[in-house]
Design a protein around this ligand. Sequence first.
Ligand code: PLP
Length: 434
Amino acid sequence: MKRDTVAIHGGYQTDPTTKAVAVPIYQTVAYEFDSADQAAALFNLEAEGFRYSRISNPTTAVLERRVAALEGGLEALCVASGQAALTYAVQNLTDMGSNIVSIPQLYGTTYTLFAHILPAQGVTVRFAETDSAAAIEKLIDENTRAVFCESVGNPAGNICDIAALAKVAARHGVPLMVDNTVATPILLRPIEHGADIVVHSLTKFLGGHGTTLGGAIVDSGRFAWREHARRFPMFNKPDASYHGLIYADRFGPAAYIARARSVCQRTTGAVLSPFAAFQLLQGIETVALRVERHVENARRVAEFLRRDPRVAWVNYAGFADSPYHALAEKYFGGRACSILTFGVVGGFEAGKAFYDALKLFKRLVNMGDAKSLACHPASSTHRQMSADEQAKAGVRPEMIRLSVGIEHIDDIVADLDQALAATTPGAARLLAAE
Ligand code: PLP
């Protein structure tokens, strides 16, 4: 099935008992066992089924199958937020003394997790100078457990050459892990270009309405954990916390998600609620349509901003002279994402004044909502960083990040126009004089 159809039907068939067409919300903590033997089979991970909703839940399971199918992966684990997904995705394949290698342009909280939280737990994150495959390759060593990138950096807007990064990672026997939140599987499926693991904040475009937090880890099922047993003992040695289970033996290509569920989620518990899973499923049904409109509206906004003399610069991969245009063509078929950044003439103060004058655009730190949203990263998402760290992450002091919504384009442009007029009166007069 095409992605548009998978988004609506993937992972669910009409409930055979009730004939419910919409995915039922299984609001239950536990599931009754037929017998002690059946319970044992479930706890041994020998039988399929549910036992406790901190491990799995039938509503969430539909979401997991749907997201896995959308990304072209083997299996998925859905958890309480994008940050929980990122944390588990890394914790599942690292231990004391190991490292991962990451591109420098990251979402602010991911940067904090990588630069401060994981190192305190004995896992180092090596940040490459740029997002190029050559810069990444320089940092991979025998303790590296993954290469990490955002397919489209938030908010830098850089587009990673996934195929090139996948090649480098594969050459060194480590998986490539991609945060595909900004691009969405509608625009890009990293697994088709060689990625091994894909992570999502479902909170953004997939949920799509700014109501529900959620995250997903999707495994392609292609990484050979057994062949790389020295690097990945956690999949190849008996797990003392799970009566000696060897994940690669028991689960084969599905070992990564099985362990993420049984070890990371079961023991630390960042579980998605069944109601949240239901809401995310509702959002996903329309993701293909919404992304189409987001993308078209963003193109019109980028063109409007670029023409306007009150705007100093616009970073949008859809422009032919963007350094990322060729990659946008290669990976998105020319459809640049709907997150774009720009700077108002007049620098930081003018940027702040513009931000304060917005009326339709919501001032907040979110993206991928049906509503148009605006964020000033230097004063919010990337505030904890030093000026140097911000520059490396692609954040400028005056930068405004827009998540262009699906309202009528005329209303979106009118709001930007009035905010520009309200904040740069000199430039507005100049325009009027013309
Ligand atoms: N990844 C990216 C690219 C994000 O932009 C965000 C949040 O903005 C996250 C992950 C974290 O997602 P969540 O807010 O669902 O934890």
